[in-house]
Design a protein around this ligand. Structure first.
Ligand code: PLP
Ligand code: SF4
Length: 338
């Protein structure tokens, strides 16, 4: 581990400190490699891949990478490589059928009872394996018109009992913007649960500040927060503290991970992820097979191997530490178990 850089002071007292940490994210692949003592890897970095989907990684996340390790599982999730430019059959642009399931601006409804809001297109980290690398999400978010159309769609459909904030990363929105949404939703009697899908508690734990916790603990519904960590090394004391604060505010914490070649494609890595997450108060939820979008084929683990890994994991761990191994298939009524 390399020591975390000291957190810079906020520019103005009214601007939350996490936004400063957000802006300080590393964006230059060569700077990232220099921080890790990996200058020799520079010729494997793809400028073209970085042009398509820029490198972006918060400094606190870099601090959890192993200095001098070219195969670090966190580095592998964020470094643009030439591998991304190779075309692979079956890897397209909209692998999960989002454009068909859209019911309004930033509203995606695929499954019974649940409306997913694309709250924003922004993320604090750019994960190379993400479908977001191709999607014009930022252009059409549910927050765009002050949430108006999204809220009216939900109000009009009494079958919706759960609202899922997703993205992008919904916690990249400022807290008052989130509060604007939940104030509008609070008047809709058929909503029973709120869910938040966010990688920020893991990649930018500074985001879990007093204002966010105040908002969260005052919400009128049970709240589940589904975080996203793929490897045990993504947790550190800052992340543990952020997660503990979220639990104290009443949120149930779950983790979804993606099965990724070279990151977590071993029983040891997957077991350590479940155990480390649980130590931080997070139960495993899903282990996703990769969405087959262009540029990510080098991360794929074949279905047979995925099933074998999952069976070995189930033979090793307590039942509640075994995530469900699933794939998203367009048209299905839910995530499909493998
Ligand atoms: C994955 C997903 C959900 C949530 O599914 P769960 O199985 O309840 O976690 C909801 N809506 C959409 C559009 C999704 O892709
Ligand atoms: S944080 Fe989530 S949505 Fe954002 S790039 Fe990573 S995987 Fe994709």
């Amino acid at each position: 581990m390399i020591p975390a850089a000291p957190l810079p002071q906020p520019l103005s007292p009214s601007r939350p400190r996490w936004q400063q940490a957000w802006r300080e994210a590393v964006r230059d692949p060569r700077e990232l490699l220099a921080m890790l003592g990996l200058e020799a890897l520079a010729d494997r970095v793809s400028d073209q891949a970085a042009l398509q989907f820029p490198l972006r990684v918060p400094r606190g996340f870099v601090a959890r990478m192993q200095h001098g390790d070219p195969r670090d599982p966190l580095l592998r999730q964020v470094l643009p490589l030439d591998d991304e430019l190779r075309a692979a059959p079956g890897f397209g642009l909209d692998a999960v059928g989002d454009s068909l399931a859209r019911t309004g601006p930033g509203v995606i409804q695929k499954y019974r009872g649940r409306a997913l809001l694309v709250a924003t297109g922004s993320c604090a980290v750019n994960c190379r394996y993400c479908f977001r690398r191709h999607f014009p999400y930022a252009e059409e978010t549910a927050a765009r018109d002050g949430w108006h159309e999204a809220v009216e769609l939900i109000r009009a459909d009494a079958g919706i009992d759960e609202v899922i904030l997703s993205g992008g990363d919904p916690l990249s929105l400022a807290t008052p913007k989130l509060a604007e949404l939940t104030a509008a939703l609070a008047g809709i009697p058929h909503i029973r649960r709120l869910r938040i899908h966010s990688r920020l508690p893991v990649v930018l734990p500074e985001r879990i500040d007093d204002a966010l916790l105040g908002w969260l603990s005052a919400l009128p519904w049970p709240v589940a927060i589904v975080v996203h960590a793929n490897h045990a090394n993504e947790f550190d004391a800052h992340v543990d503290a952020a997660l503990a604060r979220l639990r104290d505010a009443g949120a149930a914490l779950l983790n979804q991970a993606v099965l990724l070649r070279g990151v977590n494609d071993s029983v040891d890595a997957l077991a350590a992820l479940s155990e480390r997450g649980y130590a931080a108060g997070v139960l495993p939820y899903y282990l996703h097979q990769l969405d087959r979008v262009q540029g990510v084929a080098h991360y794929e683990v074949a279905d047979d191997e995925a099933r074998a890994l999952h069976a070995a994991l189930a033979a090793r761990l307590s039942g509640y530490l075994v995530p469900k191994l699933v794939r998203e298939v367009p048209g299905d009524p839910g995530k499909r178990p493998l």
